[in-house]
Design a protein around this ligand. Structure first.
Ligand SMILES: NC(=O)c1ccc[n+]([C@@H]2O[C@H](COP(=O)([O-])OP(=O)(O)OC[C@H]3O[C@@H](n4cnc5c(N)ncnc54)[C@H](O)[C@@H]3O)[C@@H](O)[C@H]2O)c1
Length: 351
């Protein structure tokens, strides 16, 4: 038996909104029915669907079953609240908000209205993430000790022609590191303290282009993350996965090194290092590739969203969960500004 495709509207038709239209087009269970964007009707014209200048019009005039919100970060909470009040399920792009306080407003509304909101931390839907999570949390590398993560790339200069990409509410931590820390919480457990230094040395914008962040996990493990949108470098999720063909694939590099007392994992290849015999750094390390299923995050996220809208499953990434990730970015900004260790309060963390 075939079901009627879920009718989806897109709010914000820039780079990410346009990509979402592509993800909808390749899923037979979804159909794009309208686009709201105050500045551009390019996507609606190309997709032959109605264009609305304002998302209120999309919510009122079209017969959407669900929406994808991909407008600038500082509009996320108010737009999502409008969808909640209209009773329309939403896939809300990350970051869930620009401050934890704002995210809390949304968390409360979701609870009060029993609303359906999936936050677009798409990487959690990647098959390598599920496999790594099972290995790490299942003790497959022994006790987790240390993690090293990198997201270093060179964004094109015209990316920053959109003024919001240069201003508070954007920056490499809120736009990119937020994905890495979200995955760390998901695969390695909650983070309880953060230290950071940031720099805008290359681009000179109001927001940072580069950051070095140190984290402490609730388990006692530690981690370091280096991120920059101003470097020519091959290390980072976007280059090392085949999620998005916009970015040339580098199968020879990894983005996370995850080390435990019994072994370590290079991610996303799931190259698993271990000793066949005595654990001693003078002995040769053995390595194997651990299994994972095939697929990419965006296709899986769309299938999951459709299932969420149909009431078949609960969101994998809730507003509350995404707010806990956002709290880490806020803590990193605070740590960088004050030069001190910032601990995550119980209210911010899901621990
Ligand atoms: N999941 C990911 O990996 C990923 C990747 C890129 C961007 N994003 C997120 O997607 C969102 C959009 O980023 P982008 O890079 O596409 O930005 P963008 O600037 O290319 O696009 C934003 C679009 O929103 C429109 N807009 C502005 N205000 C609006 C409003 N009130 N209602 C509707 N539309 C409005 C703009 O006209 C523009 O077309 C951001 O939240 C960003 O963090 C997520």
């Amino acid at each position: 038996m075939t079901s009627t495709p879920v009718r989806i509207g897109i709010i914000g038709a820039g780079r990410m909104g346009t990509q979402h239209a592509g993800f909808i087009a390749r899923d037979e269970n979804a159909v794009l029915v309208g686009v709201a964007d105050p500045q551009s009707d390019l996507l609606s014209t190309r997709s032959s669907v109605p264009h609305y200048r304002d998302h209120h019009e999309l919510l009122e005039k079209s017969d959407v079953d669900a929406v994808i919100i991909a407008n600038p970060n500082n509009a996320h909470v108010d737009t999502a609240l409008d969808c909640i009040h209209a009773g329309i399920p939403a896939l809300l792009e990350k970051p869930v908000a620009v401050t934890f306080a704002e995210a809390t407003r949304l968390t409360q509304a979701v609870r009060e209205k029993n609303a359906v909101v999936l936050v677009g931390h798409h990487r959690r839907h990647h098959p390598a993430v599920a496999a790594a999570r099972e290995i790490i949390l299942g003790g497959g590398i022994g006790q987790l000790v240390a993690v090293n993560g990198v997201w270093m790339a060179r964004k094109p200069d015209d990316y920053f022609e959109h003024s919001w990409h240069r201003e508070k509410g954007a920056g490499v931590m809120l736009i990119n590191l937020v994905h890495d820390l979200d995955l760390m919480r998901h695969m390695c457990g909650e983070i309880t303290a953060v230290q950071a230094v940031t720099s805008n040395m290359v681009r000179g914008h109001e927001v940072e282009d580069t950051a070095a962040v140190i984290v402490t996990f609730a388990s006692g493990a530690v981690g370091t993350f280096t991120v920059s949108d101003a470097t020519v470098a091959p290390w980072g999720w976007d280059q090392v996965t085949e999620d998005d063909p916009t970015f040339p694939y580098r199968p020879d590099t990894s983005c996370y090194s995850i080390a435990g007392t019994e072994g370590s994992l290079a991610f996303p290849q799931l190259k698993h290092y271990y000793y066949g015999g005595r654990a001693d750094w003078t002995q040769p390390l053995s390595a194997r590739y651990d299994p994972r299923s095939i697929g990419d995050s965006y296709t899986n996220q769309m299938a999951h969203f459709i299932s969420v809208v149909r009431g078949e499953t609960a969101p994998l990434v809730t507003v509350e969960d995404a707010a806990a990730t956002l709290a880490l970015i806020e803590a990193a900004h605070n740590a960088a500004e004050t030069g001190t260790l910032t601990t995550i309060t119980a209210q911010e963390s899901l621990v």
